[in-house]
Design a protein around this ligand. Sequence first.
Ligand SMILES: [Zn+2]
Length: 248
Amino acid sequence: MAGDSVEAAGERFRQAAQQGTLHNLQSAEFAVPDIAASDLVRWAYDNGMVNTRDGRAVYEQLLAAPPEERCPLCGHGVVRTLDHFLPKMMFPALCVDPLNLVPACADCNHVKGESHPTDAETTPLHPYLDRIDQDPWLEARVADSNPAWLDFFFSPPPGWKQILIDRTRHHFELFGLARLFAVQANRTVNNIRQQLTAMLNAGGKDLVRAYLVEEAETRLADRLNGWEGVTYRALARDDDFCSGAFAA
Ligand SMILES: [Zn+2]
């Protein structure tokens, strides 16, 4: 019903998210009265937002997120904005709902734009609702050693439901994570090439590998699916790379 309270809209949003049916939500059910866009936030507060438990505090906390925080959509970019998970043009009643405000880097915000989920399989992962980082899902292998180029890919952990596998794969492709991570990995190798060459000369491939393994373990302990740790792990596993292909 048009003009429904923000609270009711938020409730419908949460229920659909929980049931995996965000793609079925109808824009018409999230309409607001005919008011100027500049008044939308105030309207939302007046119609339930301030009554939503902890709503305002969460919103302000989100806006005050430290600038160095990583974008949860790509796991790499610097947070620049709050992205509307369901676009505010179609779902204005959710425009200040904390669960619909996702910190994002400029690139991911741009990629997502005003798009909205149209089916279950292509619904992007929601950073607060779809927590996937307790399982290892990011893998990489060395495609080229010099210039360094790694193929990053999504490797579904055992036990995952098919829908989560489909959504993660779609998310990975939508935000161009394979290329983003490969570019970063290339820079990383450029930064350590001299160091690796010195190690190779001093102690051979075993020394190079031991160094890469240690760097991988430190980083993976911090972020299981971070591109940094996955990069070092992939380099360590590649015999040609450790044997000096990086210097060729
Ligand atoms: Zn991002």
